[in-house]
Design a protein around this ligand. Structure first.
Ligand code: AGP
Length: 612
């Protein structure tokens, strides 16, 4: 996934592009570049981070009021200067930035080479800008027409912005399968992959739909057309995001800020959607389809990564409370294994970004087979939100850290409400029990606050084990997905190998790993399997393993046998993931910081995997 940003108007463009790229860097950060027009077309691009690009440009004259910028996560071609965007056409007149993949670029490249084109990079993007140039030349048409014709010929996903050296009063932007937002100011326009580079300048935005393009003119007018050349009236929306929401707010890293935001964003995700006093739950999209959901043959939850872990929790919740058959599928597997699915199925698609390619593809497949699609997304106006029949936004606010934390917690909060709402309608939960759980759910933000207060203790434990080569995370029932999530957090930001397992699985292999160098994190809060967990801990201790146990406040038994005990506030078992995940997030964060890892932008990762 890459970040793209563009501007045309009456301000100096360079600071807008640079700040915008820094805000988008979480989307990809292996190279960056900008192109500006001031009489001539100037392209500056460099492997490395946006800060490296800034140094590279330091002494250049970047005076201009029109320009485009790009921060890359390499898909075609190594992350080096030549493959960095923007890319120029052969004539040097046209330049482009692109987020996505052109799947048929190789055949187009061969065709263009046959017509005398040469290429300086390995990218699909350079092929696209030369295709546009060739069409413009052959058809003797406008840049707009050439872009539209070219996009009708390419296969794949794109969000692009194109600029013409000979027309400093126009930008052309287009999208298919990758997000693009148009910010509308006073005789000025902003284009970006998401709203974060735009929000401080204007709150009026238009989200381009797939296979649409926008022609933006410095005069202050713009229009949107489909690739079928049909003009569309733009749906101007008001941005809800605030600028402080995307700053670090005094925290050293976005990830830590977002861990600490969890009490607030859990409350935000519940606000207006439940009342413990009156015993109601309101989820707009769900309520509209509640009969179809209640009569569903089964519910399929599909997602990737952390969102798949919250999906596993959703499975436990819905089956336990609503007695509906649930299957959880990795989207990347589901989309290719020709699943048996039809109109009696309901698909819950979970995605923070709302742009994950595999999850989008899984939805398309299920939709083709008439299943009902319910999206649980964090980014308003994202692709998954738009292709779903109904859904709920998690209202976690922008999650900038690549490691997902508050998105996980708010996804779980929404899944709890969904499970309770279905159970209520199916009559599988007594009203008194429902209200008891809702009261406790209202109380959860305070319990998460208390769990956050364990930060110093967790930091001390992190210092002891920061150099361990491997970790095991073990849990039973609802704590098994929490164990998986804790392991993912550690491995993706500290680069320590970590695995999550059902605690009972120990005997089927993992116990062979146990020795004095192996820290084992036990999630030991569930009362339903407490004695079993104790025996699992004893098995580890008997083999000299180091045990870090997450237990309920006041637990005395495990304190006697574990090496470290972290006491979290006790709560209803079905709500416990919202509390038990907190020390695991903090543990991974502190270990990563102590190891000098780049917490917010871990190596090889991007915030959202919008390409396969
Ligand atoms: C989680 O920490 C990772 N960054 C990653 O697994 C992420 O959850 C996954 O890529 C899914 O992203 P999505 O929720 O935006 O679809």
């Amino acid at each position: 996934m890459c970040g793209i940003v563009g501007y045309i108007g009456n301000r100096e463009v360079f600071p807008i592009l640079l700040k915008g790229l820094k805000r988008l860097e979480y989307r990809g950060y292996d190279s960056a570049g900008i192109a500006i027009l001031n009489g001539d077309l100037h392209v500056y691009k460099k492997a490395g981070k946006v800060s490296d690009l800034e140094k590279h440009i330091a002494d250049s004259d970047v005076t201009s009021t029109i320009g485009i910028g790009h921060t890359r996560w390499a898909t075609h071609g190594a992350p080096n200067d030549e493959n960095a965007h923007p890319h120029l056409s052969q004539s040097g007149n046209l330049t482009i930035i692109h987020n996505g993949i052109i799947e048929n670029y190789a055949s187009i490249k061969t065709e263009l080479k046959g017509r005398g084109y040469t290429f300086h990079s390995d990218t699909d993007t350079e092929v696209l800008i030369n295709l546009i140039e060739e069409i413009k030349k052959q058809e003797k048409c406008t840049l707009e027409d050439a872009v539209r014709i070219a996009l009708n010929q390419v296969i794949g996903a794109y969000a692009i912005v194109v600029m013409d050296k000979n027309n400093p009063n126009q930008l052309i932007a287009a999208r298919k399968g990758s997000p693009l937002v148009l910010g509308i100011g006073e005789k000025e326009f902003f284009i970006a992959s998401d709203a974060s580079p735009i929000v401080e300048y204007t709150k009026n935005v238009v989200y381009l739909d797939d296979q649409e393009y926008a022609v933006i003119n410095r005069t202050g007018d713009f229009y949107i057309k489909t690739l079928g050349n049909v003009e569309k009236s733009p749906a101007i929306q008001k941005l809800e995001m605030s600028i402080e929401a995307i700053e670090k707010g005094g925290f050293e890293h976005f990830m830590l800020k977002e861990i600490y935001e969890q009490p607030k964003v859990i409350a935000d995700s519940l606000r207006g959607r439940m009342s413990a006093v009156e015993g109601w739950i309101k989820l707009g999209g769900l309520d509209e389809y509640i009969n179809r959901i209640n009569n569903a043959h089964r519910i399929i939850i599909t997602a990737c990564g952390t969102s798949w872990h919250s999906g596993l929790i959703g499975e436990y919740l819905i089956e336990e409370l609503a007695r509906v058959n649930v299957e959880v599928e990795y989207a990347s597997e589901f989309r290719y294994r020709n699943p048996i699915i039809n109109s009696s199925d309901v698909v819950l698609a979970i995605s923070q970004s709302g742009e994950t390619a595999d999850t989008l593809a899984a939805i398309e497949l299920a939709k083709e087979r008439q299943a009902l699609i319910y999206g649980i997304c964090n980014v308003i106006g994202s692709s998954i939100a738009r292709v779903s029949h109904a859904g709920s936004y998690t209202h976690a606010g922008p999650e900038i850290g690549v490691a997902s934390t508050k998105a996980f917690s708010t996804q779980v909060s929404i899944l709890i409400l969904i499970a309770l709402q279905i159970a209520k309608h199916k009559g599988t939960i007594a009203n008194s029990k429902l209200r008891e759980i809702l009261y406790e759910l209202e109380n959860i933000p305070k319990k998460v606050e208390k769990a956050l207060a364990l930060d110093e203790q967790v930091k001390e434990i992190a210092a002891i084990y920061k150099d361990a080569p491997n970790f095991l995370y073990l849990g039973r029932g609802l704590n098994f997905p929490v164990a998986l999530e804790g392991a993912l957090k550690l491995k993706e930001i500290s680069y320590i190998h970590a695995e999550g397992y059902p605690a009972a699985e120990m005997k089927h292999g993992p116990i062979a790993l146990i020795d004095e160098a192996m820290p084992v994190v036990f999630l030991a809060t569930n009362q339903s399997a407490y004695e079993k967990i104790i025996s699992n801990i004893q098995e580890v201790k008997a083999r000299k393993g180091k045990v870090i146990a997450i237990v309920n406040e006041g637990d005395t038994e495990i304190k006697e046998i574990a090496d470290h005990v972290i006491e979290v506030p006790a709560t209803e078992e079905i709500l416990s993931p919202l509390v038990t995940i907190v020390p695991l997030q903090l543990l991974s964060y502190h270990i990563a910081v102590m190891r000098g890892a780049n917490v917010d932008q871990p190596r090889n990762l991007a915030k959202s995997v919008t390409v396969e």
